[in-house]
Design a protein around this ligand. Structure first.
Ligand SMILES: [Zn+2]
Length: 304
């Protein structure tokens, strides 16, 4: 679920809905720079169904996400967070996002980690901790996000940030581009392990991502496969859940394997939507197209 209305009403004072709510109009914040004078007549039109906006005075135009980035200066991942509305944990009436955050933290405490693991939020000002926190904030992650998922460091795995996953599985992501390999993980089979698998129990709508950082950027209802495809065990866990609707994030180059997942989910009667990234992924500067998954979408992705 994505929606820009909250953001617009929260950020701008004088908002006028037009065309029975298909469009919002605001005083364009870009006119001062682009046209030389302030806009006082709601020239920036934001289309609520097509995810685009346009100013009929200074000619600013862009996507919703571009608008959020241009107005706030936030990174892509944070802007995505502004727009993506994590549905409330609809499986149970009585729980809310605070409860969910606690449940996620509790699940992570069960993960078996390297003996010298230290969570970032409890650690002193060691160089390794400072570098890991700097890495995360450069990628647009907020403290709440890395604290909730219990990210940490361990000297035994080097200059990396550790992402606890499930059971005995974790990943250690290199902080610098020159480090090889990019990920280190314990020498065990992945099996049916998924990052943030608790989302399958809590939500009716779940977003499937490749990497853990993408899932963290999307929100509490996202899981990560920790690879470009789902193995059979992961797949049967996903299809066996009570989740009704899946959003599959498809990064450029992973179309074929993600289409396999979409097909399998469709075959088991789930609703499937795809977010197709032409470049990048949910955790960085990519931009995506959303469409209901059907034969046309599939064909388009395979042909591109
Ligand atoms: Zn303008």
């Amino acid at each position: 679920m994505r929606d820009i209305q909250d953001f617009i009403y929260k950020t701008f004072e004088d908002v006028i809905p037009y065309q029975r709510g298909v469009e919002l109009r605001i005083h364009c914040p870009f006119c001062i720079d682009r046209a030389g004078t302030e806009d006082t007549k709601h020239h920036l039109h934001i289309n609520l169904s097509k995810e685009v906006c346009h100013c009929f005075r200074c000619d600013y135009s862009g996507t919703w996400i571009g608008l959020v980035i241009d107005v706030t200066g936030k990174s892509y991942a944070q802007a995505l967070g502004e727009l993506y509305k994590v549905p409330s944990p609809s499986r149970f009436d009585s729980i809310d996002s605070i409860w969910t955050a606690k449940a996620i933290k509790k699940a992570i405490r069960q993960v078996e980690l390297p003996g010298d693991f230290l969570p970032l939020h409890e650690s002193c000002k060691m160089g390794l901790v400072i570098n890991a926190i700097r890495y995360l904030s450069n990628r647009g992650f907020r403290r709440k996000q890395w604290e909730q998922h219990g990210l940490g460091i361990a000297e035994s795995v080097g200059v990396r940030v550790i992402i606890p996953v499930e059971d005995r599985y974790w990943q250690a992501r290199a902080l610098y581009p020159f480090q090889e390999p990019k990920y280190v993980n314990p020498d065990i089979e992945l099996g049916d392990v998924l990052f943030n698998s608790i989302a399958l129990k809590l939500y009716d709508e779940v977003v499937i991502c490749e990497g853990a950082f993408s899932a963290i950027a999307v929100g509490d209802n996202a899981v990560a496969l920790l690879g470009k495809n789902a193995n059979d065990m992961q797949m049967s866990r996903i299809t066996g859940s009570d989740v009704e609707r899946f959003i599959i994030t498809i990064e450029s180059g992973a179309e074929e394997s993600m289409i396999e997942i979409a097909d399998t989910l469709m075959a088991t009667g789930k609703d499937v939507v795809v977010w197709h990234y032409k470049e990048g992924d949910p955790a960085d500067s990519g931009n995506y197209e959303e469409s209901d998954y059907d034969f046309g979408t599939k064909l388009k992705m395979l042909l591109e």
